[in-house]
Ligand binder design. Structure first.
Ligand SMILES: Cc1cc2nc3c(=O)[nH]c(=O)nc-3n(C[C@H](O)[C@H](O)[C@H](O)COP(=O)(O)O)c2cc1C
Length: 406
């Protein structure tokens, strides 16, 4: 009886199940996302406010401000282990303390009926000794350092990485597996009262097991560790993780397989950016790379593939891709999410044209906590303030952007 209410394969709490079905089968839902508050997706946005790599109580307000019933939120990039870190005050999900700290944040999103995925990452060589345990070298597919030009442009200091030994790679795969498990378990039991009041105690008992993040998004984009393996200008390995396209994608796909086995393929997505060239990481044949990845992902039947538009590349020539993400969208069997430079009008257009199922918003959602409502009303938007993207203040540039009615 209980499973009839909530299929055992579904990770989602009952209160958002209907909305989730729209996301899961968007083609069966004629509602355009911009006119439906449930279908505006929050992009993963690093906010550098998790002091000591522990999520803080102020994140409760930040995420709940951006939650609508049935809306999908993808949490900021969250480290899978001590060696995964490379930026100030980014959260992790490998310690008990971090898992506990996520719980009230996840609960706040669920209490408002949102669907919450945790983006899990490892930065690889996009790091330096200061972020690494015992001041050791960051790990990567390679021992090639990020260029000094890149250091100047990003105003950051990168240390020479240490090439992972072949036998160490399964350990990182395992870190992703454990992080995914921790994300699913980052739940609370405190919605008991709500359910009790509704006399739905039996449903609640079932849900007790599943009140953490609804799923995870593997960060396979933007020049971080997975891309350092996938892209041929960085990966110079000679073992089974280097050389051919198949070998270069092996690490990312091993992570997908391990996470799918651990938490279920229907609770996971992956973010890819085959066309971007961030952190000195690019590929000589990005379309082939993108296609190979989505075709391989089809074998695992994961919930979604989230891809970044080529126009987000830094180098001009790499932005000029006439059919953009369409070949990958066509080749992928699951739900397709597109991100990068969208506004309301273009978002509506690409969904109407079937170019993507959902559109993900970064900077606009950062600056407009009530973005779904503003889209619905087709009204003015707050401008984002770049200077405060990554400052460590618990409120400024974070939870102080005004709502429409303020
Ligand atoms: C402040 C900031 C933080 C970001 N952090 C992340 C992150 O943690 N993970 C990620 O995959 N992308 C990250 N991005 C990229 C965004 O998710 C998004 O792809 C990008 O902003 C482009 O979308 P937009 O044009 O809608 O802003 C970040 C972007 C910004 C502006």
């Amino acid at each position: 009886m209980l499973f009839a209410l909530r299929p055992s394969s579904s990770p989602f709490v009952l209160c958002v199940e209907n909305q989730w079905q729209k996301i899961k089968s968007p083609s069966s839902n004629p509602t355009r996302w911009a006119n439906s508050i449930s279908l505006t997706v929050l992009a993963p946005l690093t906010r550098s406010r998790s002091y000591g790599n522990v999520p803080q109580p102020h994140a409760i307000l930040y995420y709940s401000q951006r939650t609508t019933k049935g809306g999908l939120l993808i949490a900021e990039a969250t480290g899978v282990s001590e060696t995964a870190q490379g930026y100030p005050s980014t959260p992790g999900i490998w310690t008990k303390e971090q898992i506990e700290a996520w719980k009230p944040i996840v609960k706040a999103v669920h209490d408002k009926g949102g669907i919450f995925f945790c983006q899990i990452w490892h930065v690889g060589r996009v790091s330096n000794y200061d972020y690494q345990p015992n001041g050791q070298a960051p790990v990567s597919s390679t021992d090639k350092q990020i260029s000094s030009q890149e250091e100047i442009e990003t105003e950051r200091d990168y240390s020479p990485p240490r090439r992972l030994r072949t036998e160490e790679i399964p350990l990182i795969v395992n870190d992703f597996r454990l992080a995914a498990r921790n994300a699913i378990e980052a739940g609370t039991y405190s919605s008991l009262t709500t359910f009790w009041k509704r006399r739905q105690i039996f449903i609640h008992l079932l849900l007790l097991l599943f009140l953490g993040f609804d799923g995870v998004e593997i960060h396979g984009a933007h020049g971080y560790l997975l891309e350092q393996f996938m892209k041929d200008n960085v990966n110079d390995r000679t073992d089974e993780y280097g050389g051919s396209l198949e070998n270069r994608c092996r690490f990312a796909l091993e992570i997908v397989e391990a996470v799918a086995k651990e938490i279920g393929a229907d609770r996971m997505g992956i973010r890819l950016s085959p066309f971007t060239d961030y952190k000195g990481c690019w590929d000589s044949n990005p379309k082939q790379l993108g296609l190979y990845m989505v075709q391989s992902l089809n074998k695992y039947d994961i919930l979604y593939c989230h891809m970044v538009e080529p126009r987000m590349s830094i180098v001009d020539v790499r932005r000029n891709i006439p059919d953009r993400l369409l070949p990958m969208r066509k080749a992928f069997n699951g739900t397709f999410l597109a991100a990068g430079g969208y506004d309301r009008e273009e978002g509506n257009k690409v969904v109407d044209e079937g170019y993507t199922d959902l559109v993900v918003f970064g900077r606009l959602f950062l600056a407009n906590p009530d973005l779904p409502k503003r889209f619905e009303l087709n009204t003015t938007l707050n401008k984002f303030i770049k200077l405060t993207f990554y400052i460590s203040d618990p409120a400024v540039g974070y939870t102080d952007y005004p709502f429409l009615d303020e």
